[in-house]
Ligand binder design. Structure first.
Ligand code: AMP
Length: 282
């Protein structure tokens, strides 16, 4: 595995891999502190592409002023070992100054979608995400880029951006990877103390219950949201930000679950903000 820190170096290395005849380059962008959720995307990329590039960049532009940018977990040596062991060809590890020169002034926003779900409480977050993902896609120029369903709103927004702007890349989503007790894997789980870690299970539990209710024929979104909120209320340490039942592409609320629908939850456990979701009627 080759590690590159400059845009010019990464571009050249990617160009070299793409130049091999018939070769397909896959790309997995991450913020590091890697876990099996990230590695599942790397494995998918390895299966579907000839070469795999991964970026680790904690993008300051997607963090709000009072968010956890400075505290975000940072495990670069461990990450590099994991990626090497997973057969990654190129690791892009740029510094913030390499990605954003002092007079950088472009922001890319997917109108509408960027203000929905997490975008409502994290103003500017999704614009930060789309701006950095567009830049990374322009640097790597992969044939295929891999994102996790864990960040369902992000996935919808990136798909829309790539379609609207005719990015020559296939966007592929990977299923949510969970801990044995159901908690969705997240780099932010490292912030949880043992008691909070136990409380955090309620997020996946309430989604499982909604899934079962839908399977049993309950279609009314208001009733399903109510059931999820009742379950979440069993853990007083968990502060719910939203429970939403939306179209997975537009992220707009749907009144009843009659086709493929996204059920998404965001909550704080202590000061840690966690998200999770399930696709019902898939
Ligand atoms: P992050 O490092 O949190 O920005 O995540 C990088 C990529 O990994 C994003 O596309 C995420 O959606 C994806 N990802 C994060 N956690 C998981 C998970 N538990 N299962 C599947 N994909 C994930």
């Amino acid at each position: 595995m080759k590690t590159l820190t400059s845009i010019a170096g990464m571009r050249a290395a990617c160009r070299g891999l793409r130049a091999q005849s018939g070769s397909r380059l896959g790309f997995v962008p991450t913020m590091g502190a890697l876990h099996d959720g990230h590695l599942s995307l790397v494995r998918k990329a390895r299966e579907q592409c000839d070469h795999v590039a991964v970026s680790i960049f904690v993008n300051p532009r997607q963090f709000g002023p009072n968010e956890d940018l400075d505290a975000y977990p940072h495990t670069p040596e461990r990450d590099a070992d994991m990626l090497r062991d997973s057969g990654v060809d190129l690791l892009f590890l740029p510094a913030a100054a390499e990605m954003y020169h002092p007079d950088f002034s472009t922001t890319l926003t997917v109108e509408g979608l960027s203000g929905r779900l997490c975008g409502a409480s994290r103003p500017g977050h999704f614009s930060g995400v789309t701006t950095v993902v567009a830049k990374l896609l322009n640097i790597v120029q992969p044939d295929q880029a891999f994102f996790g369903q864990k960040d369902a709103a992000q996935a919808a927004i990136i798909r829309k951006m790539a379609a609207d702007l005719s990015f020559p890349v296939e966007i592929t989503l990977g299923a949510i990877v969970r801990e044995p007790d159901g908690l969705a894997m997240s780099s932010r789980n490292a912030y949880l103390n043992p008691e909070q870690r136990e409380q955090a299970r309620v997020l996946s539990r309430c989604l499982q219950e909604v899934d079962l209710l839908v399977a049993a024929g309950v279609a009314d979104s208001a009733r399903l949201i109510d059931a999820a909120r009742q379950t979440l209320a069993l853990e007083p340490g968990v502060q719910v930000e939203y429970v939403a039942i939306v179209d997975p592409d537009t992220l707009l609320p749907v009144d009843d679950v009659s086709r493929r629908t996204l059920v998404a939850v965001a909550a704080r456990v202590g000061t840690t903000r966690l998200i999770d979701n399930v696709l019902v009627k898939g």
